[in-house]
Structure formats: C-alpha cells, structure tokens
Ligand binder design. Structure first.
Ligand code: ATP
Ligand code: MG
Length: 488
C-alpha cells in the first residue's frame, strides 16, 4: 500500500537551473526529497515513478502528450501536478489532463505550495489504490484545508496515527471537521480498502443502539423479524466511527468497553461470540471529563478511548484559514452545485471578524446560501447576514490584542488577501489584565505568524517585524518558538 509517509520523493522538471534549485530548497525545507530533471524527455530514463508523490513541471507548454505517455508506461503514474510560473489563465486547455492538480505563480508562496502538494498527494493515493468502499460521502473526505499551525498539527497527527491500530478520540466543537478527520484516518490507514462505518450514538434511541451496533438474531425482540448484522460486523476489517460518543447511554458504554477489552461481542439474542477486527475512532463535542464528574460517562471507557486524542480547533481561533477555506468551499460548490460566487475584500474581512459558533459547517452553509442568492455574483460586506456585518459586533479579546500590538493596522496579509484589519481600540476587561503576560502572548503570536508567512526563514521574518535577525533569534530562544517545519 502506498501511504503518504512513503511518498516524500518529488520530481522537478525545469530547464531553468536557478528556479529549479530554488524550488528544490523550498521542498527540502518541508521535508520532501526533490529530484531535478532539466527536461520531460529525461523522465524516460527513470525507472518506476510510482514512489514519487508528484511531478512538478516548470515552464513547459504542451505537457499533455508526455503526460499521457507516462501514464501508459507507468501503471502507477504519480499525479502530474503543478505548472510553475503560470497563472491558471495561461494554461492551455490541452495541458489539463486528469492528472493535473493546479498551478503555482512564479514567486512561489509556501502556503500555495503546501496546499497543492497536499492535494496532489491525496490524488496520488487515490490513483494508486482505488477505494472501493468507505467513502460514501465525498464531501466528508477532503484534505484538511488550512494553513494555520493548529491545522498543520492536526494533519501531522493524522499522518502519525493513521497507519497504526490505535484508538483515536477526536474532540472539538460542532462543525470543526471531526468527521473529516475520522475519514482521513481511515483513508490513510491499512484498512482503507475495507469499510468505514459511521454511527451517530446520540441520534439512535437507546433501546435500538445495541442491536444497531452488534446486530440481532431473529426474534431477539418484538419486531426482530429476521437476523441482522450490526455496525461492528459491517465494519469488519475496517474502521467504525462512533460519533457523538458522549451521548452514548451508560448501559451501552459498559458493552462497548467489553468489545474494546475482549475484541469480541454477541448479537442481541445470541450467546455466540463474534470476533471483532475493527479499528475504533470516536468523536464528541462534549467535555468527557466533565461528564465523568457528573457520572454520565465511564472513566474506564474514557481511558480506553483516549489513547490518541486529536483536538479540532474552533474556526474562530484560526481566522487565517478563512480565505483558504472559502476558496475550497466555493470550488466544491462549483463542482457539485454548478454555481459560484466571489467575495470582496471587505466581505472577507467581515468573515474573518465573525466568531463562527457553527465553525466550518456554518461557513459551508453560508457559502451555499450566497451562491443561491448571488449566483456568479460578487458579494460585498453588506450582502452578508447582519450578524456578520462589520460594525457593531463584539470582537474577541485575542483579536483586539493583536490589533493593539500592530498599532491599529491589523494583521498582515492572509493568503494574499487583505487580512483582518481591526481598527477597534483594545478594551480593558472588567476583571483587569496581566499586562506583561498579555503583551508577551501578543509578541509570540506575531512572531509565529511572521515565521509562518516567511516559510520559517528567520531573516525574512525579522524584516517583517522590523527587528534585527539576532533579536528575533534571541526572542525565539527565550519563548521556545519553533520554525514551522519544527512544529510537532
Ligand atoms: N478543514 C476542512 N477543510 C475542508 N472542509 C472542512 C474542513 N473542516 C470541516 N469541513 C467541512 O465542514 C463541514 C463540517 O465538518 P464535519 O461534519 O467533519 O464536522 P464535525 O466536527 O463532525 O461536526 P458535528 O459535530 O456538527 O458533527 C463538512 O461539510 C466538512 O466537509
Ligand atoms: Mg460530526
């Protein structure tokens, strides 16, 4: 099986030695193993290409014929990907073949590069091992869009845990993408060709949940006219996704604990044990530790499930991901609903200032609504729902703080779009504030952002912050700030 871990090799096809070298450095920086070729013809001299994640093609036109040739020759051709130094409008229609993933501008931004590489890896894995089962809802199998530190962390954790057999507990507010993560874990696991079976433990009446999970024999209870397999049996060899585990009744929690401990279960109305070869991924938006205190969740089950916790960050804590997410959601609507919309910078700014209690789900719903109200139109801040209007809304503390530190000029550019320019004055909370700690937090946050934006190049980040490189290095040491590639 090809996993992302094994496909760090990447090919750069570029006749310009300088640009090839630059790109090669950027790729090495993010842990790829680039190999440089000066022309596509040389690809013939390489053996099997299946262990390359992607082929980056620079400054060549008419790539379709050799892409087709490559596919013929190599059964598992890596996704041919990115046309460097081109804008989408420059790309000849004839060059867009099924392995085309996207293009990058001549000045390559780290964020665009990682985003496209991620897409191409997902595509590559999908190409090499077709998924027969498990992805019933493509909307929920997506690469995890986002370039914030928290999303990088989640992606890294998914990478680490997917190939293992460990039970995973995904925590986070509603709509943050817990199911997206669960499906990614299954997809990148050795179980990917077996079923992914989700079950919402909160939505099924308590009296039916046992039979739903473990199945029943004919006549096991009134209405059981025939025998039926439960979700654990259906998920055999694959992954079961126990969604809203915090809502599982206590009686069922005991039974689930037994399955985890003994790896076997019985159908309702039967005493024949069935072996279970199922990986468990659970999720909840509830605070399980609090439920334990309230005697509504078993502590022993919590420890069994909490082997590898993944915490999904709320959208309000990663406003820098908004432009990318909006882009992804609009692209999705273009493919699925054949409609589109674009946002003015003012509208994007208003979205960045909103608190998103419904997280990415709320954003997805808004985008769908906007495409219905303004098909192929341009949406301005005034077209957004009143609660997202730029004025009269309460901004959260953190953003006020960032604004204060940035001298009222707001955050820097986010993904090439105007960022959250917050002009509100900071407000002193009623309970007072630890000013020193507060200013330190702001300093750390801005340094991290500068490093992220400058792909970890300290000298550039120091320029952005208008401080000397040595001062920045000192501050990074003092606050234990890592460069983006060192974040774990
Ligand atoms: N990082 C992301 N990139 C792209 N789409 C995302 C991302 N996170 C969430 N989504 C989209 O947001 C919606 C909600 O995601 P999901 O159902 O996984 O959230 P959830 O945490 O399970 O929510 P709930 O607790 O309400 O069930 C889906 O349409 C999903 O495709
Ligand atoms: Mg969910």
């Amino acid at each position: 099986m090809t996993t992302r871990k094994e496909t760090r090799k990447i090919l750069i096809v570029d006749q310009d030695a300088d640009s090839s070298q630059r790109l090669s450095h950027q790729l090495e920086f993010i842990d790829y193993e680039p190999k440089k070729l000066s022309s596509p013809e040389l690809l013939d001299s390489l053996g099997d290409l299946s262990d390359y994640a992607s082929v980056l093609v620079a400054n060549f036109h008419g790539i379709a014929p050799w892409a087709a040739k490559l596919r013929e020759k190599h059964e598992k051709c890596p996704p041919l990907v990115l046309l460097l130094g081109n804008s989408p409008a420059d790309i000849a229609q004839s060059d867009i073949d099924e392995n085309f993933v996207g293009c990058l501008k001549a000045t390559i931004r780290y964020a665009d590069l990682t985003d496209l590489l991620h897409k191409s890896e997902v595509r590559g894995t999908a190409n090499t091992t077709p998924v027969k089962e498990g992805v019933q809802n493509p909307e929920l199998f997506r690469s995890l869009v986002g370039n914030s530190r928290s999303v990088h962390r989640v992606r890294k954790m998914v990478d680490q845990v997917a190939p293992t057999e460990a039970t995973v507990l995904i925590l986070g507010e509603s709509g943050t993408g817990k199911e997206v993560v669960a499906r990614n874990i299954h997809y990148y696991s050795n179980r990917r060709n077996k079923p992914f079976v989700p079950i919402n433990c909160g939505a099924i009446p308590a009296e039916l949940l046992e039979s739903e999970l473990f199945g029943h024999e004919k006549g096991a209870f009134t209405g059981a006219v025939g025998a039926r397999q439960g979700r654990f049996e259906l998920a055999d060899g694959g992954t079961i996704f126990l969604d809203e585990i915090g809502d599982m009744p206590l009686t069922m929690q005991v039974k689930l604990l037994r399955v985890i401990q003994e790896r076997s279960f019985e159908r309702v109305g039967s005493n024949k044990s069935i072996k279970s070869d199922v990986r468990i991924v659970a999720a909840t938006h509830r605070n399980l530790e609090q439920l334990i205190i309230e005697n509504r969740f078993r502590e022993d089950l919590f420890y069994r499930l909490n082997v590898f916790p993944i915490e999904m960050p709320p959208l309000s804590s990663r406003a820098e991901d908004l432009p990318l997410l909006v882009k992804e959601l609009i692209t999705r609507l273009e493919h699925e609903k054949k409609s589109s919309v674009s946002l003015t910078p003012a509208a994007m700014m208003a979205l960045c200032n909103y608190d998103w209690p419904g997280n990415v789900r709320e954003l997805a719903n808004l985008m769908e609504r906007l495409t219905i109200l303004h098909p192929y139109g341009v949406v301005d801040a005034g077209d957004l729902p009143p609660k997202m209007a730029p004025h009269g809304q309460a901004l959260n503390q953190e953003r006020e703080a960032v604004d204060a530190a940035a001298g009222g000029n707001g955050l820097p550019m986010v993904q090439g779009m105007p960022a959250v320019a917050l002009n509100n004055k900071p407000r002193l909370p009623r309970e007072g504030i630890d000013l020193k700690q507060h200013l330190t937090d702001i300093e750390i946050r801005l340094i991290e952002q500068a490093l992220d934006e400058c792909s970890g190049v300290v000298a550039h980040a120091a320029n952005r912050l208008k401080i000397r490189r040595t001062t920045l290095v000192e501050k990074m040491r003092k606050y234990s700030i890592q460069r983006p590639e060192e974040v774990s």
